[in-house]
Write a protein that binds this ligand. Structure first.
Ligand code: AMP
Length: 282
């Protein structure tokens, strides 16, 4: 496995693979890898000749008061996990490599990003789209892998690839959870022991919401209220949002009549903002 730091090195490596007719899978990450990332890597490993993992905490997708500085970073640890998982190349650029002086081009969209996480994180998806575009142009993957944990991100990337006629297949991968149901996240490392103990309430609440819909409840507000009540029952939580939206448009629905995404973002104490979601075909 190679750890490459420059765009040129990655492009040269991919060029050599292409000469041999090999296919390439890309797994974009911000590092501090866990089993969620590893499930994406496994999927990429099984379906491509070569696998590239990008490991880059992208400053463009963090707002001014967010956790960019504190975000956990450990390339040696990530490299060990990638090596074991059969990764061929880790692309771990510095900020100047990705955003050299004078950088001023961005990729943005007019729909899908206004609600859910986009409401409290207004510049987030522009940052995500821009970095993912750059990674696609650098690695030119046949396949790219994204987690359903970040459901809005997955929808945005799929739409961007469709709208801009990009030559890459986007593969969504299921949410990987801790034994107690908490969705795995690099940000779980922020949680105090008390917050960690309380955090599975998010999944418990979402599971209750899913059951209500499966049992025939069609009033979105009733489901949202039930989920919110359970999340708030532990006392140290603050809700950013609990929403039920149309799976395709990500617009809120009042009546649950078509395929939906139910998503939430919850602050645990002062430490972390955690997200979770489920999708249902109606
Ligand atoms: P991140 O490093 O948090 O930017 O995540 C990189 C990729 O891993 C994204 O596509 C995430 O959706 C995905 N991912 C993160 N956590 C999980 C999880 N628990 N299950 C599945 N995919 C995940």
């Amino acid at each position: 496995m190679k750890i490459l730091k420059t765009v040129k090195e990655v492009k040269d490596e991919v060029k050599a693979w292409r000469k041999e007719g090999l296919s390439v899978g890309l797994v974009p990450t911000m590092g501090w890898l866990h089993e969620g990332h590893l499930s994406l890597i496994k999927n990429a490993r099984e379906n491509n000749d070569r696998v590239v993992v990008s490991d880059f905490v992208n400053p463009l997708q963090f707002g001014p008061n967010e956790d960019y500085d504190n975000y956990p970073r450990d390339l040696d640890r990530d490299a060990g996990l990638c090596e074991k998982a059969g990764v061929d190349v880790i692309f771990a650029p510095g900020i100047e490599e990705m955003y050299p002086e004078g950088f001023c081009s961005y990729v943005d969209m007019n729909g899908l990003t206004g609600g859910l996480c986009g409401k409290t994180r207004p510049i987030h998806f522009r940052g995500v789209q821009t970095v993912v575009n750059k990674l696609f142009n650098i690695v030119t993957p046949d396949n790219a892998y994204f987690g359903e944990k970040d459901a809005q991100q997955l929808a945005v990337i799929k739409r961007m690839v469709l709208d801009l006629n990009m030559n890459v297949k986007i593969n969504g991968c299921p949410i990987i959870r801790e034994e107690d149901g908490l969705a795995k996240s690099s940000r779980n490392s922020y949680l105090s022991p008390e917050e960690r103990k309380a955090a599975p309430i998010i999944n418990k609440a979402m599971t209750k919401g899913r059951e209500m819909i499966k049992n025939g409840e069609r009033d979105a507000k009733k489901v949202i209220d039930a989920i919110s009540e359970i999340i708030l029952s532990v006392g140290i939580t603050k809700i950013d949002y609990v929403s039920i939206v149309d799976s395709l448009t990500l617009e809120p629905v009042e009546k649950i009549e078509k395929d939906i995404l139910c998503a939430c973002a919850v602050y645990m104490g002062n430490s972390a903002r955690l997200i979770d979601n489920f999708s249902l075909e109606i």
